[in-house]
Ligand binder design. Structure first.
Ligand code: SAM
Length: 249
């Protein structure tokens, strides 16, 4: 059965949220927060948009450093996770349940970011709508950073048919197929625990770095730098992740 093009509406629930929250070490999130602080040139107390924020790992790390954080996500389970993470810390973040293409703000944020490989879920039209919504929410001169593992120069040289990772008591299996006619990676994820398996399917649209930059430029976001890792290594073909840093024109 073909994967629902709007798979992301129901994918991020239950065991997927649990696996994502447990899979990423705190040290990795802190390194990303350091990177974001630098490349976004955050002034003390800056107002920053995290979209999509998931369970709020970056928003909370940056709120702890004194930034005014707003997190947007389409998954109620992810936002419940964010509230649970925030609760013992006493940190304040504004959490909003909304689609990343439908942001309610105009010209208010000093910076923004889309992190955790959350780009590529939408086709070109949807991705353009997302970047336009981000651009509208930022004030002129504000910076925006986006990371993705789905740039063609990353995903095609590194794509594996199958991968397995153990996350605590959950065995996480990923099976990938690439459709060159549509430049699309179709993935079946299986989550196995205690003899029970949950299977979910996802699609990632593959764009070249040039195509992503064109989407940014059309949305009024001028690309400044391309990185291949949070230590600010320049991006090159085969880098596992692309981070593009841009400025609102
Ligand atoms: C891989 S997670 C990354 C979350 C977070 N940025 C992080 O790094 O932990 C992707 C997130 O994108 C959200 N998402 C997917 N499609 C969305 C959409 N159309 N609008 C808003 N959020 C969306 C999911 O609910 C999920 O929380």
């Amino acid at each position: 059965m073909p994967t629902d093009p709007e798979w992301y509406r129901t994918f991020f629930q239950g065991i997927v949220v649990e696996t994502w929250r447990r899979a990423i070490p705190a040290s990795h999130t802190l390194a990303e927060a350091d990177f974001l602080e630098q490349v976004l040139a955050l002034a003390p107390g800056a107002r920053v948009l995290d979209v999509p924020c998931g369970a709020g790992r970056h928003a909370l790390a940056l709120a702890a450093r004194g930034y005014q954080m707003t997190g947007v996500d389409l998954s109620a389970d992810m936002l419940d996770g964010a509230r649970q993470e925030a609760s013992p810390t006493g940190l304040t973040v504004e959490w909003h349940l909304a689609d990343m293409r439908d942001l309610a703000w105009a010209g208010v944020f000093d910076a923004g970011y889309c992190f955790g490989n959350s780009f590529g879920y939408l086709d070109a039209e949807g991705s353009a709508a997302f970047l336009r919504a981000v651009s509208r929410a930022l004030r002129p001169g504000a910076r925006f950073a986006l990371d993705t593992g789905s740039a063609a120069e990353s995903v095609l040289p590194n794509l594996r048919d199958r991968d397995e990772t153990q996350v605590g008591d959950i065995l996480f299996i990923e099976e990938n197929r690439y459709d060159p006619m549509r430049s699309l990676v179709e993935t079946t994820y299986s989550f196995v625990r205690g003899g029970r398996t949950v299977t979910r399917a996802a699609l990632h649209w593959v764009y070249t770095v040039r195509e992503i930059q064109a989407l940014f430029t059309s949305a009024g976001l001028r690309p400044l730098d391309l990185y291949g890792a949070t230590d600010r290594t320049p991006f090159k073909a085969g880098s596992h992740c692309l981070t593009i840093v841009a400025e609102k024109s």
